[in-house]
Ligand binder design. Structure first.
Ligand code: AHG
Ligand code: MN
Ligand code: MN
Length: 340
């Protein structure tokens, strides 16, 4: 038998032993997230059977229709962690305001930010969807957390991860000591270590991932870059293949395993793109860097961006380092044009 049978609980405890800064609090938070992931996985896998699909006819703060599963997953994660005693507060894509810990529960020294369900538009098509989370330390003095504790640069994350609900359910996380992937064995309800110390392959597969439907709204640099990748301009004897699912977690998971580049650029209608910095781009950037890759806004590292608001959007280029570097080269021409 190859890899020893390691549950996520055992793995987190072993990590805690090796790295004193990962205190028991840390392990408890990660284990509670794994528990919430099991509940969401069960619901996602039943979604076709249980009438929890279809819009809630509510709209979230971004004006997007909230699928029942989004709102439900938001609640599951909050209720699985609000009483753990290790969080000072939380923030979620599905809540305009940050989420204080109810007074009846003890507060702790960490902050959890999360996208409870990523790829919502794919729920009814049975295409993989996911959950993304980011963990910071509380930085304000008070006992209970504030919104300020949620608005921290990606460089200061202490942990990040995602769950992908696909042909199997996987939980992938980093605490700054490598990226580790666990696959849920539903027959025993355990996440088992299946992908220890994940690294983006070098060289990566020649795959680019972007919604080409927005080509007409891209900058000239973005267009030139994609034209190069697919040899539309005759500059690339080994053109890339396009893969795009519309679920960030699924596209990132493939990029982590195969290499290549995922992009969600800004455009003439949305200069900052669509994806959120704090609970989509920053956690995935932490993992990409830990796996030997990179994540950029197209100009600077995602993890160096100083956030100003909870739900701010950011352009995202993430995956194999050489691909992200090349994207930045092409996008420099936009900066030059703007400067004129
Ligand atoms: P969410 O469901 O959390 O709002 O995220 C959806 C995001 C992301 O998962 C995906 O990469 C992107 O939306 C797809 O956007 P387009 O449909 O504009 O390509
Ligand atoms: Mn999302
Ligand atoms: Mn979401």
């Amino acid at each position: 038998m190859g890899t020893p049978i390691v549950t996520i609980s055992r793995h987190i405890i072993d990590m805690e032993r090796q790295f004193p800064e990962a205190t028991g609090a840390f392990s408890a938070i990660l284990q509670d997230i794994a528990f919430a992931a099991k509940l969401i996985a069960r619901e996602v896998n039943m979604a076709g059977l249980v009438d929890i699909l279809g819009g809630t006819d509510e709209r979230n703060i971004h004006g997007e229709e909230v699928q029942k599963l989004d709102a439900w997953a938001h609640d599951v994660i909050f209720k699985a962690l609000d009483h753990c005693g290790h969080l000072a507060c939380m923030a979620s894509e599905e809540s305009e305001e940050f989420l204080p810990i109810p007074d009846k529960f003890r507060a702790g020294k960490y902050v959890l930010l999360y996208d409870p369900l990523d790829g919502s538009s794919n729920i009814e098509a049975n295409i993989s969807i996911g959950t993304i989370f980011s963990i910071h330390r509380k930085i304000t003095e008070g006992e209970r957390g504030t919104e300020q504790d949620c608005i921290q640069p990606g460089r200061d994350q202490v942990a990040a991860g995602y769950v992908v609900y696909g042909s199997s359910t996987m939980l992938v996380y980093t605490t700054g000591h490598g990226v580790h992937g666990f696959t849920l064995d539903p027959s025993i309800g355990e996440f088992l270590l299946s992908h220890p110390d994940m690294k983006i392959p070098k060289p990566g597969q020649r795959i680019y991932s972007v919604n080409e439907g927005y080509y007409s709204k891209w900058t000239s640099g973005q267009r030139a870059f994609v034209d190069h990748l697919k040899n539309a301009d005759g500059s690339n004897p080994k053109p890339f293949s396009l893969r795009y699912t519309g679920s960030l977690v699924a596209d990132f998971h493939r990029t982590l395993l195969y290499g290549g580049l995922f992009m969600y650029p800004g455009d003439s209608k949305h200069a900052e793109g669509k994806l959120r910095l704090l609970y989509e781009a920053a956690p995935l950037a932490f993992m990409a860097e830990q796996a030997g890759g990179r994540a950029s806004t197209g100009e600077v590292d995602i993890r160096d961006v100083m956030p100003v608001s909870l739900h701010q959007r950011i352009p995202l280029y993430i995956g194999s380092k050489d691909c992200v570097d090349l994207a930045e080269e092409y996008l420099k021409q936009d900066v030059l044009i703007e400067a004129k």
